[in-house]
Design a protein around this ligand. Structure first.
Ligand SMILES: Cc1cc2nc3c(=O)[nH]c(=O)nc-3n(C[C@H](O)[C@H](O)[C@H](O)COP(=O)(O)OP(=O)(O)OC[C@H]3O[C@@H](n4cnc5c(N)ncnc54)[C@H](O)[C@@H]3O)c2cc1C
Length: 354
């Protein structure tokens, strides 16, 4: 049985440290709690919001309904001849799962080391880093439909995982309760090669170990990824942020060529369909935003994609106002629309900026 508390500050439940309140607040420890929470919301006729690690959301107002923090955290490992299977409840810490898989020598998740947040949120935006997305290891997820109370399983294919996208963004009433991953067995081999993420991981392994990166262990890859991330990305515990604030925009080959005429150093990756993914951080950097700071809101010194909230009482609206200024500047200069990556919430629920 859940007993929601009233008027609880959410400051410690979002990595931007925005101090808004939840009218009602509860922790979800098992599936039964989700049923109780659903009954509670129906009885109160109120909206709801599920928070994992709070590392990919911007809260702009006190939330008028029930905020639930996911704390279901059972973990099951099964060894098969062709690999290792892990079934993790949504409230498990993502990086603890990666660390545990690497400790077992299993391959698949090592490039996704140190991404903040919970396992349940990983499929929501198909988290990715250094050339790897969670899509590559995901087998299925268990879902609780908050509208109907029904539980069902979705295969990875049915999750419609794309670049920072999934079916869950179109079905926000679906709560992921459990995620199943298929990992590779032990050593990385020719058939199971290491993903050395645009070369930077290989370079880092070589400089850390003094040996060639080919044949690196999953532990060496994890160590390299942690080293790179710690040198580039602010730790939200010290500098509040939600990681990349914008998605890398995908544009046509024609538009890419047009930008390159004026900006020959444009950082762009060709996709299989012929379009190009542009490095949003590079675009923002050209316009001089990196290191910008005013009234406690700014752009990180080392990473132009990351907005930071260093002031003591920063609001979600202040963060969004800066994001919109950057979007307008990028559009005016490059004719490119930057899409916001984190999810935005006001007093009633999710909203989108036009
Ligand atoms: C420093 C930093 C670095 C980051 N680096 C990366 C990176 O390299 N790659 C990357 O992809 N992301 C990155 N992120 C973004 C973030 O860590 C991921 O999106 C992460 O998966 C969010 O998890 P969370 O538990 O914090 O989600 P939350 O912020 O709590 O929630 C995000 C959204 O998912 C929904 N949600 C959460 N849990 C569930 C669930 N169980 N079922 C249904 N909906 C749910 C929430 O309602 C919300 O809409 C970074 C963030 C930070 C702060």
């Amino acid at each position: 049985m859940i007993k929601p508390q009233k008027n609880v500050s959410l400051k410690t439940y979002n990595t931007l440290g925005i101090d808004v309140q939840a009218a009602f607040f509860t922790v979800i420890k098992d599936l039964q709690d989700l049923h109780y929470a659903r009954d509670f919301c129906r009885l109160q006729a109120c909206s709801w919001l599920l928070i994992g690690g709070g590392s990919n959301l911007v809260l702009t107002q006190n939330f008028a309904g029930l905020v639930m923090v996911m704390a279901m955290s059972k973990l099951d490992w099964t060894s098969h001849t062709d690999g290792l299977e892990v079934c993790a409840e949504s409230g498990c810490e993502w990086d603890e799962l990666v660390a545990a898989s690497v400790k077992r020598g299993a391959s698949g998740l090592e490039n996704l080391s140190l991404i903040p947040g919970q396992v349940g949120a990983a499929p929501i935006q198909n988290i990715g880093a250094y050339g790897v997305e969670v899509k590559q290891c995901l087998r299925w997820v268990d879902v609780f439909d908050f509208n109907t109370g029904a539980c069902f399983k979705l295969t990875a294919e049915a999750c419609e995982l794309g670049y920072r996208d999934s079916i869950f963004k179109r079905h926000p009433h679906w709560v992921v309760t459990r995620v199943n991953f298929q990992l590779g067995h032990h050593a990385l081999t020719k058939d199971n090669p290491a993903q050395l993420g645009y070369g930077i991981i290989a370079q880092t392994i070589e400089s850390m170990t003094g040996e060639p990166a080919v044949g690196a262990t999953v532990q060496q890859i994890r160590d390299a990824v942690i080293h790179i991330r710690q040198s580039k990305l602010p730790d939200p515990k010290h500098i509040p942020n939600v990681g990349s604030f914008f998605k890398n925009p995908i544009v046509s080959a024609k538009q890419t060529a047009k930008i390159q005429q004026q900006w020959p150093d444009l950082v762009a990756y060709k996709l299989d369909d012929g379009r190009f993914k542009l490095a949003a951080g590079w675009l923002i950097d050209q316009l001089g935003w990196r290191g910008y700071s005013q009234d406690g809101v700014g752009v990180h010194q080392l990473q132009a994609l990351v907005l930071v909230a260093t002031g003591t009482a920063v609001t979600g609206d202040e963060v969004l106002a800066l994001a919109q200024r950057i979007q307008a500047d990028v559009f005016a200069t490059f004719d490119v629309v930057l899409e916001i990556e984190p999810r935005l919430f006001n007093s009633r629920g999710e909203f989108w900026l036009s």
